[in-house]
Write a protein that binds this ligand. Structure first.
Ligand code: ZN
Length: 282
């Protein structure tokens, strides 16, 4: 299914970009996390080779760029970062104008700040890429950076419009599935869907307690809240352990569902998560 959506996206991409080049390119863009990679490739019509800093399977929370990473990033024409994950702060000190903070213009939300990858500027939740509205702003910020170097490039504008139209329809889809006035919750180990929950009025119940394993007391409260909210699915990220999650799932008779907020195809992942959340209360 994902592949189908992705190839459909690539077919569309060929329409906005007059010529689609292959990946072996001198010009380079770095993105800090995987969900930004396809977006950057699509936006730039394959004109750049787009490389990923935090490889799949690695956790951005514990990631530390090495000096050779910094050297490679320095050579890239653009480095697209969320601007909110803690390792990205060291990039601010080490890189110049090529570092693009994609959170510009986004109203950030608070998080629990023992959250490992929490921003140093106090309690900001970094997960802006898991909601279509914030993602749309991030694409606009990518475009603005590109246009500062290539002011005459109409194709980047055209492909941005195409991506934004797709994110608009994802936004409408989320509203449609979640906006029927029913009370809904997403229960998840690590609270990676804060912006999605905020935008579509669902409650995010994190099993992790301020970045740490939950205590017995916290678990009892979670089960109570989950029961009240009709939780039927508990989301689990591949980057975290499932120990505590199973006992909560058993108590609630809920299913454990894997979600990867660091998926390359974040749009499909958002759609899938929204489907599961909306089905809980049908
Ligand atoms: Zn996270």
């Amino acid at each position: 299914m994902r592949r189908i959506i992705l190839s459909a996206a690539i077919a569309l991409l060929a329409m906005a970009c007059a010529t689609q080049k292959s990946g072996d390119n001198e010009r380079r863009i770095f993105v800090t996390i995987a969900p930004l990679q396809h977006l950057a490739e699509e936006l730039t019509c394959g004109d750049f080779s787009v490389e990923l800093l935090v490889k799949q399977g690695a956790s951005p929370e514990t990631f530390e760029p090495t000096s050779s990473d910094i050297a490679r990033l320095s050579d890239a024409e653009f480095v697209f970062s969320t601007g909110l994950i803690s390792f990205e702060h060291s990039l601010t000190h080490n890189l110049g104008d090529n570092l693009v903070d994609l959170s510009e213009g986004i109203t950030t939300l608070g998080g629990t700040c023992s959250h490992h990858h929490c921003n140093h500027s106090h309690g900001i939740d970094p997960h802006i890429w898991t909601s279509p509205r914030e993602l749309r702003t991030m694409v606009r910020n990518m475009l603005r950076a590109l246009m500062s170097h290539y002011p005459d490039s109409a194709k980047y504008n055209a492909s941005a419009e195409q991506i934004i139209a797709r994110l608009d329809s994802l936004d409408s889809y989320c509203t449609e599935r979640l906006g029927d006035g029913k009370q809904r919750a997403i229960m998840i180990y690590h609270p990676a869907y804060t912006y999605l929950a905020h935008n579509y009025n669902i409650e995010q119940i994190a099993i992790e307690n301020e970045g740490k394993e939950p205590t017995a007391k916290h678990l009892v409260e979670l089960i109570e809240r989950g029961r009240n909210m009709g939780v039927r699915a508990i989301f689990h990220q591949p980057q975290y352990s499932t120990n505590k999650l199973r006992s909560v799932a058993d108590e609630l008779g809920a299913e454990v569902v894997v979600t990867d907020p660091l998926s390359f195809d974040i749009e499909s992942e958002i759609r899938r998560v929204v489907d599961i959340i909306s089905k809980q209360n049908e």
